[in-house]
Each structure stands twice: as C-alpha cells, then as structure tokens.
Design a protein. Structure first.
Length: 396
C-alpha cells in the first residue's frame, strides 16, 4: 500500500510541490537536522495535519461542533424554555445548578444536544492522539531536535512539584496538560477545533496581545505569559514586542516543549519554562507585564490566589497584571435554567473541574489583597467580578 508519509519525505520534488501549493514555509523551517515532521507542508503558520484522513476527520468534527454549538443548541434551549413554561416556572428565575439539572436532565432533545457535543469532543481527541501516538518516535525526535535550538530557549523542570489540581484531564484531553508527552501537539490541534476554525494562524491571539494594557510609562523590557500552553499567545507577544524578553511558563512540560519547538520552527525568539505560575523562579520585580489567558478558570481558588501574589512579586513598580478569562457565568450567562444546566454539564462532562470555583471567586478582592491597585483596562471604573478582563497595577 502507498504510504503518503514515506512518499512525501523521500521525494523532495513531491514534498516541495505540496508545500508550495499550500503556501508552505518548509524552506524557512528551522528545526535542525532531518527531524522536522511536515509531510504535507504548512499553511503559513500552521503545519498541516500529516495525512488527508486525519485532516478530513478534524475538519468534519470542527464543522460538526459549529453546528452543535449553533443550531442544535438553539433547539435544546427552546426545549428548556418550554419545559419551564409547562411547569409554570419563569425561565429566568434564579435557581441552583443542581435544580436546573434535575429539571432538564431527562429530556431527550437536550440530552441529544449534550451527547453530540461530548462525542465530537471525544472523537476529536482520539483522532489526534491516534496520529501523534501512532508516530510518537518521529514527533518526539522533532521536539528533541528543537530542545536546545534557538531562537528562544527552553527550560524543562521534570522534577518540580506538581499540585494535584494541575493533573485533571480538563476538556477531557487524555493525559491532560501534564501527563502526555505529546500533549502539546494534541492540545494545539484540539484548540483549532475549539476555536471553530477561526484561529489557524493564531489570529485570535494576535488580536488578544494588542489588547493587553501596558505600563503608564510605556517601558516594556520583559513580559511573562502565565499558563502559556502551546505558546500561541507567547509567540504573538514576542512578535508584537520584538525587543522585549518574552517568557511563557506552564506547569505542563509537554506544553512548553511543543511551544518552544514551534517558536524555533517559526523563527520567533520567545522563551519557555516549565514552572508553576505561583512559583515561577524569576527574580522580584523582573517583569513589566504579567499576563494570562484562560488560566484562572482552570486552577483552584487557592492556586488563583497564589498566582496573583506571584504576579505581584514579579512585577516592577508600575507594572501591569492583566488576565482574560471566561466571563463569570453566574452573573452574566447563567440567566436561564438552560444555561445553568449547561454550565453544570460542562463542569461535569467536559471535566472543567474548577469552573464553579472560578465563577464564585472575587478576583478584584484577591488583586487588592495582594497589593495591586485594581484597574479597568477599558475605563476608570474598577473591573467587577463579572468581567472577563482583570487588571491590576503595582503601585509605583
Ligand atoms: C486553557 S490553557 C491556556 C491557554 C493559553 N494561555 C493560550 O493563550 O492559548 C491553560 C493552561 O494553564 C496551565 N496551567 C494550569 N495550572 C497552572 C499552574 N498552576 N501554573 C502554570 N500553568 C498552569 C495548563 O497546563 C494549561 O496549559
């Protein structure tokens, strides 16, 4: 049987033609030696998945997700309203999560909407894991070749203490962020599915970094991204601030290893360190900006408090702490029985184990207790608990 992988690796003519056709950047790829696994070239920043089969399945699952998140969910929501109305209840009456679950859980239309979503998520991880684990030697060799290459450096810390709360398989990703050596690959392509095909070129991260507030004096020598995962935001930060020293830290060794490899391949000199956000190992006052994206809803409340304290320690006077995360669903989104039900359901089935804690944390209070002046990046008023943005400045 024809092996596409061997064919494309063996024949530079065919491989080159494929890369050129898809606007690939194989010629500029910088992973040393012959280790670069890129059998179907790259579409600008994104290396194509290595076989058409894997890519087609991902594509199907991404568009299936878009349909489930859109039309299917609308039908389920309508059903939720009808169930409430039939019981003479107002859909917007505040109700505890468990009551909403009791009311709506047995309905087959709502159940089908949830089941479709979960199955798509499970199949998405499986499709990716099968590919990356089935060819583990090649992918491990690719990362190994990049470990000591630049631009940018990688610091792994395999003996570090990992709090229990960091080991959950959040989003049902097998092995989670810390337990699968190929987790960085699986996560990156998995999030392409999460972001519903809108972030293949890290375009969401490109926009996000432009929105990160900067210190009043405009001095930006060093930036830290906490909970950097596959490094997309960290790389975009380095591109926006090429003269700054930019670091991404993550508890997951597989995450920072993949992030660094991608930086090497794209020629972007951000640095990555495996470290806890609450214990990064950098000196006091080292950074001008400490930022995070979607970190806090995935850590325990104690973890969040310690991370904010560490952010305060790491910033120089006048430095900015800025985080963006999910909105507080209790206040903004959980206004209907259906959305309360859905939030519980994500917590239970998508293993978002810290989401409920996140919803009830008073982040502005945590910031001011740590010594920050709480600020609103979009105006003068202090950011409320219900905002997706959180900003504190370290008093000068
Ligand atoms: C949803 S992902 C973050 C996405 C990423 N910031 C981005 O820009 O796309 C959450 C990340 O936080 C990391 N994480 C969770 N707890 C952590 C901790 N205490 N210290 C460092 N990283 C942590 C996880 O390993 C995971 O990679």
């Amino acid at each position: 049987m024809l092996n596409r992988r061997t064919l494309f690796q063996a024949s530079t003519t065919v491989g080159g033609a494929v890369a050129a056709f898809f606007g690939g950047r194989k010629a500029q790829a910088k992973i040393p030696g012959m280790a670069d696994v890129e059998p179907r070239g790259a579409d600008r920043r994104l290396e194509r998945l290595p076989t058409l089969d894997v890519e087609s399945r991902e594509d199907f699952l991404t568009h299936f997700r878009i349909w489930v998140n859109g039309d299917v969910r609308k039908v389920a929501e309508k059903r939720g309203k009808a169930i409430m109305a039939a019981k003479g209840l107002d859909n917007r009456t505040p109700m505890p999560h468990d009551d909403a679950v009791k009311l709506l859980d047995g309905d087959h239309i709502i159940g089908l909407s949830g089941r479709a979503w979960i199955s798509a998520q499970q199949l998405m991880w499986k499709n990716l894991q099968d590919e990356f684990h089935g060819n583990a030697d090649a992918y491990l060799a690719e990362m190994e070749a990049a470990d000591n290459a630049g631009p940018g450096k990688l610091e792994l810390n395999p003996d570090m203490h990992m709090p229990k709360y960091t080991k959950h398989e959040i989003h049902m990703q097998p092995g989670g962020y810390v337990g699968d050596p190929l987790g960085g690959y699986v996560y990156h392509y998995g999030t392409n599915n999460f972001w519903e095909a809108r972030n293949y070129q890290d375009e969401m991260h490109e926009q996000l970094v432009k929105g990160i507030p900067v210190p009043k004096d405009g001095k930006i020598k060093r930036i830290l991204h906490m909970g950097c995962s596959s490094g997309q935001l960290t790389l975009r930060l380095k591109e926006l601030y090429p003269d700054a020293e930019v670091w991404g830290v993550d508890v997951g060794g597989p995450m920072v290893r993949y992030a660094h490899m991608r930086g090497v391949d794209l020629g972007i000199g951000a640095n990555f360190r495996q470290a806890l956000a609450e214990d990064t190992g950098f000196p006091d006052g080292y950074f001008d900006i400490v930022t995070s994206f979607l970190l806090f809803h995935e850590v325990s409340s104690e973890g969040a408090e310690d991370i904010i304290k560490e952010g305060h320690r790491l910033l120089r006077p006048g430095g900015v702490f800025y985080s963006r995360d999910q909105r507080d669903w209790t206040k903004l989104r959980e206004r209907t029985a259906f959305s309360r039900y859905q939030s519980s359901w994500i917590w239970r089935w998508n293993h978002e184990v810290w989401q409920r804690d996140h919803n009830s944390n008073d982040y502005p209070k945590m910031l001011s207790s740590a010594g920050f002046q709480v600020a609103n990046p979009r105006g003068e008023k202090a950011v409320g608990n219900a905002s997706s943005e959180l900003m504190g400045t370290k008093p000068a």
